[in-house]
Structure formats: C-alpha cells, structure tokens
Design a protein around this ligand. Structure first.
Ligand code: NI
Ligand code: MN
Length: 218
C-alpha cells in the first residue's frame, strides 16, 4: 500500500497524516505552519533537544495524540497529563496499527538517551535516524529491508554528507530523504552535494529533497 510522507522542515515529518516525528514547528524560522493546525494520532520524539521535542507536548495536548519517546521523556509527557508510551532502545511496541521500534542514535540529550525509530505499517518500513553520527550497526537496522530512510546530513551536530552516504550504503533503503540541514546558518545550507553524491553512487535508488510542506508517496 502506498504511503505519504510530508516534510515539515528540519527533522519533522508527518507520515500518512497520522504519525508525526520531531515536531520542531513554532521554533523553526523556516517552517510556516502553525502547530495548532496539525492533526495526528502519534508523535514520535527522538530526543529532547528543542529542535526535536519542539511542539510535541502542545500538539499532544491539542489532539490527544500519543507521545512515543524514551522512558524519561515519556515520563515528562505523562506528568503533564498527556498520553505517552515510554520505551527504550531495542524495544518495539504497537500503537494503533503502527509497530514502532526504538533504535540507537549516537548523540546527546538532557533526558534519557537519544534514539532513532523504525516505523512499520501496511508492509512499509521507515527509518528515522534522529540526530546521529554514523555507526556500523545501521547495517542491522537495514537488514530487514527499508522502504524509506530519513537521514540527517547537516554536519556539526550530526552526520554530514560523506557519512550520510556511508549510512545509505549500510542501510540500503529504497528511498532517502535528507533532513536536519539549512534550518540555521550553522548547519549546511543545502542538500545539493548530498544529492549529487547519492546519484553517482546509488543509481538504482531514489532520493527526494523536499521543500517544507512538500509531500511524496513511497
Ligand atoms: Ni539533537
Ligand atoms: Mn538536532
């Protein structure tokens, strides 16, 4: 079954109009959306840095969506009276029709540990890497097949172009969408170099560089 992924800027995506990841919306100078307009059932948060946790708690309060996050961040959501499912790296849970697995991310955070997610529904598997450096176990994450990988390329705080290309090699996804670039002057301003390298190296794979607000099928 075809799915839709909509880019809301930075590392934020809305999948099939129901699963939102890392909703950095009101604080993102490049994002034109109003968090109060966003509807979703599930909000996955990779870590509690403000450019990822973002508006997650407000959107959860408005919509009743379930926040899915590392135990410590989920506890914070629960303490605010929100719906939340806490988990930890290596665990998999079901939320509605989605299977959500939390995987490693090499990064830092204030609460708990940073993470990535493997999201599965209707036979489609999506990997959102969160903020991370390159790590060899991405090979394991890709072993069962990935339809889509959402990968940071902005450098300084995460992988840059070169390591993100290596990550594609490890993960072997059918399609890649780059993220976490161009939001601030301090991270790379464009995905041009990544796209160029990607197309040279992976002629059979699809790369989509999305404008904020753009939606694609996969
Ligand atoms: Ni971060
Ligand atoms: Mn970040």
């Amino acid at each position: 079954m075809t799915m839709k992924v909509k880019y809301l800027g930075h590392s934020c995506f809305l999948i099939n109009g129901e699963l939102l990841i890392d909703p950095f919306i009101s604080g993102n100078p490049k994002c034109p959306f109003d968090p109060s307009e966003i509807k979703c059932k599930i909000i996955c948060v990779t870590h509690d840095h403000s450019d990822h946790l973002g508006d997650a708690f407000d959107i959860a309060a408005n919509t009743g969506a379930t926040v899915v996050a590392i135990h410590e961040v989920a506890q914070e959501a629960l303490s605010r009276g929100l719906n939340a499912e806490g988990m930890n790296i290596g665990g998999e849970i079901s939320v509605g029709e989605w299977k959500i697995k939390m995987v490693l991310a090499l990064h830092s955070s204030n609460l708990g540990h940073p993470a990535g997610f493997v999201l599965e529904k209707d036979g489609k598997r999506i990997y959102h890497a969160g903020d991370t450096g390159l790590f060899g176990d991405m090979k394991l994450i890709g072993e069962d097949g990935l339809d889509l990988a959402l990968l940071p390329i902005g450098d300084r705080y995460t992988m840059g172009t070169k390591d993100a290309i290596k990550a594609v090699e490890f993960l072997n996804p059918k399609m890649v969408i780059p993220m976490h670039y161009g939001t601030f002057p301090i991270i790379n301003q464009s995905a041009d170099e990544f796209k160029k390298e990607f197309e040279l190296k992976f002629p059979g794979k699809v790369i989509k560089v999305l404008e904020i607000g753009e939606e694609v099928d996969f």
